[in-house]
Design a protein. Structure first.
Length: 229
């Protein structure tokens, strides 16, 4: 619906919230379980950015979501590159950004986000996923949480528009897990292994290999297979 509205020239900031999703998905087509009780929403953005600079938009918005959840609940969360939000080492929230590009221009971006709040976590995912209510020991007000999250998302979005990823890098790095530790990732069908040493000024993960050479990987092109939690 968000993408259809974007095509129909809906204004930036249009928000779409679902009580439940039956076909929720994340990056690389992974299934995202979206039962009642969670926050499942999409936000239409129209950043005046080149497609290249927009590649780090998902990292920026994940930071805004984390800050919003933290402000509302004081939950101790961390980021796993590029845009997963973890609570006590388990996945709490995920972000996917889908875009429309015409020539060298970004027409629009739809930020899709899922936050496990009061929903039940499937038994088979309990070792890797968690919810805010499980951590807090009580249900969380969904409207209050969504409003607080959106305030922080737009705050980070404004910083991102003004300064690109460099404008938010220090805030992002402050919440990031795993730098200096070994990772493996999939890129163009090949597996690469090395140490995660930095995030560059374009939001790419910088990997150092055994020959001491370093190479950046974009979140739009690479998929983390293993990473320290």
């Amino acid at each position: 619906m968000a993408k259809e509205s974007a095509i129909a020239k809906a204004p930036e900031g249009s928000l779409f919230v679902a009580r439940e999703q039956t076909r929720g998905h994340g990056r690389q087509g992974r299934i995202w379980h979206s039962p009642p009780g969670g926050l499942w929403w999409s936000l239409l953005l129209k950043p005046p950015l080149s497609p290249e600079k927009a590649k780090s938009l998902s990292a920026a918005t994940s930071l805004g979501i984390l800050q919003g959840i933290s402000k509302a609940t004081q939950a101790p969360m961390r980021l796993k590159w590029p845009n997963d939000i973890l609570l006590e080492g388990k996945k709490l929230s995920g972000v996917i950004v889908e875009t429309s590009i015409r020539g060298q221009l970004l027409e629009w971006a739809v930020l899709g986000a899922g936050i496990n709040v009061n929903n039940t976590i499937p038994h088979e995912l309990e070792k890797t996923a968690t919810s805010l209510s499980r951590w807090a020991g009580h249900e969380i007000d969904l409207s209050m949480l969504l409003n607080t999250v959106l305030d922080e998302v737009f705050s980070i979005y404004d910083l991102f528009l003004k300064g690109g990823f460099p404008g938010i890098k220090s805030l992002y790095m402050d919440k990031l897990l795993g730098l200096g530790e070994p990772v493996s990732l999939l890129y163009e069908g090949e597996t690469y292994r090395g140490n995660a040493v930095d995030i560059d000024l374009e939001g790419r993960l910088l990997i150092e290999f055994s020959d001491n050479k370093k190479r950046p990987f974009s979140a739009a092109e690479a998929h983390l297979l293993t990473a320290p939690l």
